[in-house]
Design a protein around this ligand. Sequence first.
Ligand code: GLY
Ligand code: MN
Ligand code: MN
Length: 539
Amino acid sequence: MRHLILFLLLAGFTTTNYSQNEPEDFLSSSFHKERREAVRKMMPPNSVAVFFANAVRNRANDVDYIYHQDPDFYYLSGYKEPNAVLVVFKEMQEGTEGENYNELLYTQKRDPRAEQWTGRRLGAEGAKEKLGFAVAYNNTKFVETPLDFKSFEKVLFFDFKNDYRNSRDTADLFDLIKTFKGETNYPSDYDPVKQRLYSVIKTTSPENSANVAQRIKQYLTRFAHLQSDPLLKEYVTTAHQGIREEVKEKITLQLNANNLDSQLLGQIMNTLRETKTKEELVLLRKAVEISAVGQIEVMKAMHPNMSETEIQGVHEYVYKKYGAEYEGYPSIVGGGNNGCILHYIENNKPKVGDDLVLMDLGAEYHGYTADVTRTIPANGKFTSAQKQIYDLVYEAQEAGIKASVVGATFQAPEQAAREVVNAGLMKLGIIADPSEGRTYFPHGTSHYLGLDVHDKGTYEVFKPNTVITVEPGIYIPEGSKCDKKWWGIAVRIEDDILITSNGPVNLSEMAPRKSDAIEKMMAQPSPLDNFELPSLDPK
Ligand code: GLY
Ligand code: MN
Ligand code: MN
């Protein structure tokens, strides 16, 4: 009897709705479909593109990290579960049962027992109904009746990160990739970096070969294992153009012997994800605005007795209050000297005291992440030294934002901001020559922003509807070779800038950025001023 009840309960669970009271403002299925069309358009004739879902990664023992889908996979499917494969074909295909398709999604199989423990699954039927796939199968089909990848001229894929495990599940990522490797001519020593270099050589003209050989030689200093590759070695060491052409022929033959291409898909996704559609901008804007409100609430709540952890908690509470699922990257809250560590994530100083607090955090809302940094004085007032550095970074950021215009190169904001920082540091006597500027401003000024915090893009000229960060900083760790009065000052100001045909739009402008506007905001009362919790210290 108990078994019958259990069976009925589990059977009932299978038919429950996969979308129980979920938010409704996710990307639409037509967005994902249209993006797959865009990929298809850029694929060569008789090719197939194969995308694998992200791996489930282990945290400790039987606890895994919270699962996060691979952003390309999400962009093209909307599917948020692991152990899945998306296949996009250039041309229409006919399946074994006479079905026609030009894309397939292989999903996790629905399984009442597994779903009771680890959450609802969409399944193949759900993928058709909710995500709009005309044809979707269980992932078991990918393993049991694999596609004939050898019949395509090109198989496009991203090479594997090799951080997945084989579980008891017979169609987990391990099995899916094993099937793919078995069904393609995947060499056991496949090396994506070697592939990239071979592809470069294949497309290099004889006149340019000496130049390219020089660049490859330099590049190889970072990849010691490839320095002994006989073809690469010969290409970079010979002084004769004729020999380089012979090597090129051998490389071309090798590349053509294999239909695998782990390079082209990267270029396609960089191009597509660089510019955002209207639908994407709604979500990205929301993520950024949520993060700006987080900064505002912290400005109001901040006082010297707060810990870095507590400050982080206030930001992240605001994110959750607005329904943001995650942080787009580990939150950075560094008081004083801790701010000099660019990606400081310990966030464990018990009291921030009278220092500046550098706060670099971003809400992730329905896949899109913000990346906003504010640096504020914990006691509400900048000292003279802090203000001088702060205002210099502000000026550099203004110059960087102004340079973020359609048609400018990706380097334009970097050059503009760095020039201001170098000139300012010289004027303050912190450096004697612009070449020393990197000591105190050691990172780049911009990156693309979107589904990834360091989003995909071409890093060429700016196009409309691109979102980048502009984030200059000055970091003066204790012990630096300058006047002691600057020691322990770390300032980064980071905003998320939408590049449009009408100029740059600051999506995070809601959070005060000027030093006097920050002081004014910090003087405002906070709902947390009266939030008292009992002491748990032993009496
Ligand atoms: N939060 C990481 C970055 O600013 O790039
Ligand atoms: Mn950033
Ligand atoms: Mn940041």
